[in-house]
Design a protein around this ligand. Sequence first.
Ligand SMILES: NC(=O)c1ccc[n+]([C@@H]2O[C@H](COP(=O)([O-])OP(=O)(O)OC[C@H]3O[C@@H](n4cnc5c(N)ncnc54)[C@H](OP(=O)(O)O)[C@@H]3O)[C@@H](O)[C@H]2O)c1
Length: 256
Amino acid sequence: MAYLDDLFSLSGRTALVTGGSSGIGKAIARALARAGASVVIVARREAERKAAVDELTAAGAEAGGVSGDLSTREGIRAAAEAAAAVYGEPDILVNSAGINLRPPLSELTEDVWDRTMAVNLEAPFLLGQRFGPGMAERGFGRIIHVTSQQAHRAFVQSGAYGVSKGALESLARSQAEAWSPYGVTVNTLVPGFVMTPLNVRLSSDPARVAELAARTMTGRNGLAEDFEGAAVFLASRASAYVTGQAIFVDGGLSVH
Ligand SMILES: NC(=O)c1ccc[n+]([C@@H]2O[C@H](COP(=O)([O-])OP(=O)(O)OC[C@H]3O[C@@H](n4cnc5c(N)ncnc54)[C@H](OP(=O)(O)O)[C@@H]3O)[C@@H](O)[C@H]2O)c1
């Protein structure tokens, strides 16, 4: 066990997880907390955020929640300061908050474009600017983004969403280039189709669910829990030599 602890324990680390109140972010927050990190969740809806934090603290973890709206620059900055006030500057930053509004491209308004870019791309950028240099100065940091298949190919109205996720993978490489020499690794997790509230419209259609499952190699769609192991790995000492990478957690969907 000491060997595993040395590789993967997050004890003494602090983590900030945006979107940690639902879906993939919630599973990642739980995993980091169970691996020993003190976790702060940022999201807008209070009831969901409180439920997620209560679940962590009931399991004996150190966890706190911060109300934050990542759709504006002011909101992003305020959330960053509020989150850092809970357990101090984070060692681990997970950007899981994301929106997918899916209008057909011809009907995509500037408002949808701006909101999508703000939450999916600008928040990870500004949170990186706020916390990345400090991580580099301290000699350890982990930044984990959550992108999408749509960073790599267009389908089901990729529109602004696919653009934001493609750019987010580029941002990860830029951040990795800047801060990896100082012990800060930056990687992205690339989900396939995961049954979460984000895609309730698709996941409530059994025929579509079966069709998407058939496109994977494992024969099933993703669950939020499928991200736990990869997140702990990317947040831990074990991944010190993994940076600038897109790691597909998709049941083989992308290579099928
Ligand atoms: N599910 C999939 O199949 C899938 C596939 C590919 C990629 N992804 C990506 O995985 C990530 C997580 O998705 P998910 O499926 O777990 O979605 P989800 O269950 O809908 O969770 C989204 C989270 O983001 C938060 N959020 C949304 N807008 C926000 C805002 N303006 N400010 C602060 N927080 C905000 C939500 O909380 P509030 O609403 O309370 O703010 C919630 O905690 C996203 O980046 C998504 O693009 C998901």
